[in-house]
Design a protein around this ligand. Structure first.
Ligand code: BTN
Length: 243
């Protein structure tokens, strides 16, 4: 692949979308600041310069996106591996694809799939990782957020090193996902699952119910134990909260 660095761009993921078919496998785009950073569900992702990391990677798969259901969970594990390589522990994963620390969001993951269901396709994996937050950012975020500085006890890790660790983990992890699928990530996911044994309220288009987080299944669906038995939730179009 190729690594392209921008000082300013609308969105690193949008840039890979624009390159589309011509981008080599494992192309990586990173920016100091994004003017139109995108989050899940049409939300924006605040991306000021000088503080955090904004990285996207395009990965091609021959098997089609039918086989990619666990990819966003695997990406959470990929982020944790990078943190661990940098000596940072304590982060956890909230299904489907948030990285949390101290109950605030430490990193956001946006996986976008293009191509065929059972044929050639490409995933654009975007990661926003908070290294250092300002009080203005915390106020604008609209949800509890957290940074690596507080995880590390005050001083954030060197940003270049953290970027290098994240890119190395991404390239290796996405290749591993292609070869071995989600199975290669399931044990680590379970180890860092922030929802396990936690009372949850699940809300989606079909209504709301409560249950206890019971891990994930082999495809990456969230399992929830209720009075009526075990439910598997495989749609990301639901909101999972502590009950
Ligand atoms: C979320 O809503 O939690 C996902 C946020 C993903 C943000 C990253 S920053 C790099 C890449 N470029 C974008 O525009 N979004 C992702």
């Amino acid at each position: 692949g190729a690594l392209d660095l921008y000082w300013e761009i609308d969105s690193t993921s949008s840039e890979l979308q624009r390159r589309g078919g011509s981008a080599p496998d494992l192309s990586i785009v990173m920016a100091e600041t994004q003017t139109a950073g995108r989050g899940r569900r049409g939300r924006s992702w605040l991306s000021p310069p000088g503080l955090n990391l904004y990285i996207s990677c395009l990965k091609r798969f021959d098997a089609g996106f039918a086989a990619l259901s666990g990819l966003s969970l695997a990406t959470g594990v990929i982020v944790l591996r990078a943190l661990h390589a940098a000596g940072l522990s304590g982060a956890r994963l909230k299904w489907p694809n948030d990285v949390l620390a101290e109950s605030g969001k430490l990193a956001g993951i946006l996986v976008e799939l293009n191509g065929e269901y059972q044929g050639p396709c490409a995933a654009i994996v975007g990661i926003g990782l908070n290294l250092r937050l300002t009080s203005a950012l915390r106020e604008q975020a609209g949800q509890p957020i957290c940074d690596l500085a507080s995880l590390a006890g005050g001083t954030p890790p060197d940003r270049n090193r953290m970027a290098a660790a994240l890119i190395a983990s991404l390239v290796e992890g996405l290749d591993q996902f292609e070869r071995e699928g989600f199975a290669a990530f399931a044990d680590e996911y379970a180890e860092y699952d922030a929802l396990r044994d936690i009372p949850l309220r699940i809300s989606g288009a079909t209504g709301e119910f409560e249950g206890i987080g019971a891990g994930i299944d082999e495809r990456g669906a969230l399992r929830v134990r209720t009075e009526n038995g075990l439910h598997s939730i495989d749609s990301a179009d639901v909101t999972v909260r502590r009950a």
